[in-house]
Design a protein around this ligand. Structure first.
Ligand code: SF4
Ligand code: SF4
Length: 159
């Protein structure tokens, strides 16, 4: 699917998620599906939770025992291939990289978008992080109903 249409289908996406009981705490979801010479995710993680190893072409592997969900890898990945996911009661919370304008504000309601670019539902913007560390990549925390855990990928302005 990813070679044919350019996006991962739900079955492939699920292989990148830990069990739901692990997602009671925020954890990085790394959707890096191909072997490429790249490793900022590994070098940016302050907790050594991401391993690529001596061959920079290897795909990253995450240790969920070490990941704190801090989000450093989210704004460090040049491929925008990492988000942080967490489940709280009936909602799923995501930290996602965002590099478009306008930037949403905390409290806004935007569209939640799936990997095909389709509108899923409303997304509540929970917080917006932008500072010298994140450079020009904004990290948006958005929440959607839990049923969209494997579908949500980003947000889009409603206007
Ligand atoms: S979210 Fe933080 S702790 Fe987890 S893998 Fe990314 S950088 Fe490491
Ligand atoms: S930084 Fe991003 S694109 Fe590069 S290897 Fe890590 S997850 Fe893949």
């Amino acid at each position: 699917m990813i070679q044919k249409f350019g996006y991962a289908d739900t079955e492939l996406v699920k292989t990148k998620f830990p069990n739901e009981d692990i997602l009671v705490r925020p954890k990085a979801i790394i959707e890096c599906y191909q072997e490429i010479p790249c490793n900022p995710c590994e070098t940016s993680c302050p907790f050594n939770a991401i391993m690529i190893g001596s061959d920079i072409n290897h795909q990253p592997v995450i240790d969920y025992n070490l990941c704190t969900g801090c989000g450093a890898c989210v704004y460090s990945c040049p491929g925008l291939a990492i988000m942080v996911a967490q489940l709280k009661q009936d909602r799923a919370y995501f930290k996602v990289p965002y590099e478009l304008l306008p930037v949403p504000k905390k409290g806004d309601i935007w569209h939640a978008i799936n990997r095909q670019g389709e509108v899923l539902c409303d997304a509540k913007i929970e917080s917006v992080l932008q500072n010298s560390k994140t450079d020009r990549t904004v990290v948006i925390t958005a929440s959607v109903p839990k049923q969209y855990l494997f579908d949500f990928i980003t947000v889009r302005n409603k206007v």
